[in-house]
Design a protein around this ligand. Sequence first.
Ligand code: ACO
Ligand code: V55
Length: 283
Amino acid sequence: MNDTTKSLPGGKYVLVEFEDGIAWVMFNRPEKRNAMSPALNDEMRQVLAALETDERCRCLVLTGVGESFSAGMDLKEYFRDIEHLPRPELLQIRRAAYQWQWRHLQHFYRPTVAMVNGWCFGGAFTPLVSCDLSIAAEDAVFGLSEINWGIIPAGNVTRAVAAKMRQSDALYYIMTGQTFDGRKAAQMGLVNEAVPRDRLRDRVRELARDLMSKNPTMLHAAKEAYRAAVTMDWDTAEDYINAKVEQAHFADREHGMQQGIHQFLDEKSFKPGLGTYRRDSDA
Ligand code: ACO
Ligand code: V55
């Protein structure tokens, strides 16, 4: 870990460490199992905004300090303490949570990877699902615990779950509140992979490096196109995606497609089927 967090917002409930292009963004309330309070959400919102334009961040990894990813929303500070606030204040606090947990994360310019290092409950499913990719420790513990304490998965947790779990699994865990481990999460496709805890960081680092070797303009366009196309009919999707191709091509300052084709057909220096073209710049 080279850099410090000096020039960034945060540093209290959210820590950031930079390492060779990776920004390790960590929930930092280990004594509260990284439960998300309004203050943490505000900090995370500012950190994401700052990182998106920070050249030290070419891949964002979201994880937690200590034994938890995040135990979900803070039952005291996010629910009980704000219940009696005036309605506008209450709505602003909720909006701050949604802003970073799914709106900003899903559209984040850089690739994002959730590294689920431990407890992951309720509200934590939203940022988990909103990261592009996710790797969990095999023994990490997940749960949609809302039903256990008398609510339903809200704040778009239900929507997030519907995006990544099939109906039978989603309803089972929504309605029983039972926990499951990282292995099971990977089997169900909620996360991409589960690995032994002692390999978690190395595996995430390897994945991040792979993502950082790609053309960033296209990587972003690809995820935007995917998330948008999922809800479209085929005709609309075809038009949208083709428009996106031309838009991304126009926006691509390193002219990746020409580079790639040239290196394959003329230089014969790489095979597109087996890896990324040689990139000289990182615009
Ligand atoms: N909200 C508020 N405080 C929390 C939360 C939370 N979500 N999770 C943990 N804490 C606090 C505990 O109150 C405790 O505080 P204290 O030390 O001041 O008493 C501290 O964190 C440690 O928690 P323990 O319960 O003692 O830790 P343990 O390791 O035994 O258990 C576990 C961990 C299983 C994660 C447990 O804390 C738990 O069940 N937390 C709640 C999980 C949950 O259901 N979250 C809500 C999901 S629904 C939603 O997000 C809308
Ligand atoms: C949850 C999360 C919320 C919310 C209500 O179920 C419930 C979790 C992130 O916001 O406002």
